[in-house]
Design a binder for this molecule. Structure first.
Ligand code: HSE
Length: 307
């Protein structure tokens, strides 16, 4: 009988305010749970045990597209059966398609005797992102596969850099509305005034420097997005009220998680992160917007086998 493995693949926060398409980090929870085994059919067979009605045609499913691109690269005709057991809610802004794409390529890589490193798997998981959103961004799949904070220094050629971080806590609140990544990318302006670009790259460099040197104040000063957040904030009701509430409660910084609608904040300890969670939740509750909030440390390991 072929070996069956169960995989946990973490939710991720992409962009991290200033780093559109280049910065991201992984969370301890929530995440996807997927089981995988080889099959003899030569096909990718998908099964859905989640409440989300995931697309099960391989060409429309991010996990299958990612997995197929890896199999093509090694000229393998191995079949796999993938069962989605638990799924991050699609369209929530915490890397739902990335978590399952990462799980698919990671699981196949394990079952095939690890032809690739985690970093090398990023290029394949990106194909899943392309299928899901039309854009092969790596700022969710890289932290999902490699854990911690990651920086995509370049897309061509792909150059992903792991970035160490101090003990830091993320608060993420998900208002129960759906924002599709493809839609929230379409509304972005294609040109950036040089003045704003200067501000933004100063902040990206500051964020990376702060993470490397455990400088919480520098991290906080750098968590500003003057390019993407002002446009996407329009898609999230009460965004600025929630952000201000998080900052008033002591967060180092707060912005949109990935393409939204989730909003994330970073805090220097768990106590503050919980206070921030309460403040953000109060903000949405006050206007009757249903929401889920969670507090998590940074997941340093990335996708892993859990059974
Ligand atoms: N960098 C991507 C975006 C992440 O902001 O569109 C999507 O999760």
């Amino acid at each position: 009988m072929s070996k069956k493995i169960k995989i946990f693949s973490p939710a991720t926060v992409a962009n991290v305010a200033c780093g559109f398409d280049v910065m991201g980090f992984a969370l301890n929870s929530p995440g996807d749970e997927v089981s995988m085994e080889k099959n003899a059919s030569g096909k990718i067979i998908l099964q859905d045990d989640t409440p989300y009605g995931l697309p099960l045609e391989p060409e429309k499913n991010a996990t299958a597209v990612a997995l197929q691109s890896m199999l093509d690269a090694i000229r393998s005709r191995q079949g796999f059966t993938v069962t989605f057991l638990k799924k991050i809610m699609p369209g929530s802004g915490v890397g739902s398609s990335a978590a399952s794409s990462a799980a698919g390529v990671f699981g196949a890589n394990e079952l095939l005797g690890r032809p690739y490193t985690r970093k090398e798997l990023v290029q394949f998981a990106m194909q899943g992102e392309k299928a899901a959103s039309g854009s092969a961004h790596a700022d969710n799949v890289a932290p999902a596969l490699m854990g911690g904070f990651t920086l995509v220094r370049s897309y061509s050629p792909l150059d992903v850099i792991p970035v160490p971080s101090p003990e830091i806590y993320a608060t993420v609140i998900h208002p129960q509305i759906e924002v599709r990544t493809s839609d929230s990318r379409k509304i972005l302006r294609q040109e950036v005034p040089i003045k704003k670009a200067v501000e933004q790259w100063g902040n990206v460099a500051g964020l990376v420097a702060g993470l490397f040197t455990n400088d919480y104040d520098l991290i906080g000063r750098s968590l500003h997005d003057v390019i993407v957040e002002p446009v996407r904030a329009l898609l999230i009701p009460e965004f600025y009220t929630i952000k201000q509430a998080a900052l008033d409660a002591g967060a180092l910084g707060c912005s949109i998680s990935g393409s939204g609608p989730s909003i994330f904040a970073l805090s220097r300890n768990e106590k503050i992160a919980q206070k921030v969670a309460q403040a953000m939740q109060d903000g949405f509750n006050k206007v009757g917007i249903e929401n889920h909030v969670f507090v998590s440390q940074i997941n340093k390991e990335g996708v892993r086998i859990v059974g």
